[in-house]
Design a protein around this ligand. Structure first.
Ligand code: SAM
Length: 247
């Protein structure tokens, strides 16, 4: 029998090619699953039209949802479920929101390419990444330090250079970077946080779940007009983890 000897350098090359092929196959699979997720989101948007008034979401929001690799923001153990249209657990007893809710909250903000947005509740960093596809800069605050650190690392690894994350209580907003074109709060508040209203530009939008912590809340779209008058609209019953912090 003839033996073939391969030098370590050749073996290393073969290994590299095989790894690249496997990664390529996984990426194709994830891209396919992401498309299926978009279909599920479209269907859920149609089903909730009576509440939200939306029969479909903007192309740019759907494009952002179709671009961000949600599987990179979930725990390895949940990777197979990353593109289901459901919330999933993340570290520290928190959750990554349902794709429908991420897409709808993004739509409600009406993000524009030059916008600067504040997010309260970074969690995994997924919502920040979706926004980062659409706006100039996203500032995001997370009250749990470990989550802030891991989300910042994920966003950096995926080259989301237009997202800045810090640990802290987002109830107070981020005055150093205010005023914002839009603010999105991804945890349930019992009332509208005054500091966040004060950090909105005239004409800016605040998207926030408001209500009791142990039940359903109302997803609210709050707008502050040029005269400082505040209008609020209830969009959909939702269930979020609570906005925590000492108050
Ligand atoms: N946007 C996240 C994502 O895309 O993964 C999901 C956020 S999760 C539903 C809510 C997050 O809000 C949790 O990570 C929680 O720790 C955080 N949170 C709760 N109260 C907060 C506060 N006062 N300031 C900042 N973050 C807060």
């Amino acid at each position: 029998m003839q033996r073939i000897y391969l030098s370590p350098a050749v073996l290393a090359c073969i290994l590299l090619v095989l790894t690249a092929l496997a990664a390529g196959a996984e990426n194709d699979d994830m891209a396919e699953q992401r498309q299926a997720m978009l279909e599920a989101v479209r269907e859920s948007v149609r089903q909730s039209e009576d509440y939200t008034g939306y029969s479909e979401l903007s192309d740019n929001v759907m494009l952002a949802m179709g671009t961000v690799p949600r599987h990179e923001f979930v725990a390895p153990v949940h990777r197979d479920l990353a593109y289901r249209n459901t919330p999933l657990p993340i570290e520290s007893g928190q959750t990554i929101s349902q794709p429908l809710i991420v897409a709808l909250m993004t739509e409600l903000l009406q993000p524009q390419p030059g916008d600067v947005i504040l997010e309260v509740g970074t969690g995994s960093g997924y919502q920040a990444a979706v926004l980062a596809e659409l706006v100039k800069h996203v500032y995001s605050i997370e009250i749990i330090e470990e989550l802030a650190t891991s989300a910042a690392q994920t966003l950096q690894r995926l080259n989301y250079d237009n997202v800045t994350v810090r640990a802290g209580d987002g109830y107070a907003g981020w005055p150093e970077h205010a005023p914002f074109d839009g603010i999105i709060v991804t945890a349930a508040a019992e009332h509208l946080p005054l500091p966040l209203l004060q950090q909105l530009k005239p004409g800016g939008k605040l998207v926030i779940p408001v209500g009791e912590h142990d039940g359903y809340q109302e997803l609210m779209l709050v707008e502050v007009d040029e005269n400082g008058d505040v209008s609020r609209e209830s969009v959909l019953p939702v269930r979020f983890v609570p906005l925590t912090g000492d108050r």
